[in-house]
Design a protein around this ligand. Sequence first.
Ligand SMILES: O=C(O)CCC(=O)C(=O)O
Length: 293
Amino acid sequence: MPGPLTEAQIADYDSQGFLLASSLFDADEIELLRRSAKEDKRLDDHAFGRDDGEGGTVRLSVWNHPGNGIYGAFARCNRLVQRAEQLLRDEPYHYHSKMIMKDARVGGAWAWHQDYGYWYGNGVLTPNLVSCFIAVDPATRENGCLQVIRGSHACGRVHHQLTGQQAGADPERVAEILKRFELVHVEMNPGDVLFFHSNLLHRSDQNHSENPRWSMICCYNAKSNDPYKESHHPRYTPLDRLPDSAVREIGGQRFEDTDVHQNDSQGQSMAWLDPNRDASATSLKPTSKDANN
Ligand SMILES: O=C(O)CCC(=O)C(=O)O
């Protein structure tokens, strides 16, 4: 089992705004997640789509509490939570998780944005949050891997506006940032995890390939950054950390339990997000282009 992050890795994260951990989950573990997700009707039932402003639609499901099932085993396992703690330098709590279902041929694009650009309006005072992007399928240039701008978290929060149904960072500013900072395509294998700062600019292309690009993203906020007001994502809630072995144990049980799809006891505790309550993006002002339409 991989140990904690080294000082050098933490320093890398601080300067680049992201850190790629290769094979943080092994092939068996990630296959448990992949199979669970692809067979999970609840993900479809709770999925919502957002117009990507490029003629496609992004599809995702979001839940606020990690729960006791396989998704919770990933979000609560020591491997992720310990790293989040090291990067936040504070006790992490689960802010939400989501499954990004970027399907073959039709998966939509994500505009340049910062997660903190979405979350600022939720009463979160500092950008001391970290997102952990777990590759469920291989993520390549062809199927729309994540793109990041190295070091862009240092630019601070960029103004975000709504284009179509997606919030994006001010395009003029992003264009200038791209002249000075490096664009990185983060190609990943299943089980790799990208940790990234909430002010890191990131986007992804549509998926025109024959291969799906699903990923689960677990987002953690620092305890000391407890939002000052209620929103559609939780305020500080202690995280019940699990040993790393829980991924295999809970994932294995899922497939032994033939009633799991009918008996949704694992899902009850997750607080799936109703898309109509997801005001992170939609509370933003539309661009003048949209306003004229
Ligand atoms: O999966 C992607 O390509 C991007 C997802 C993302 O940026 C987000 O959920 O905020």
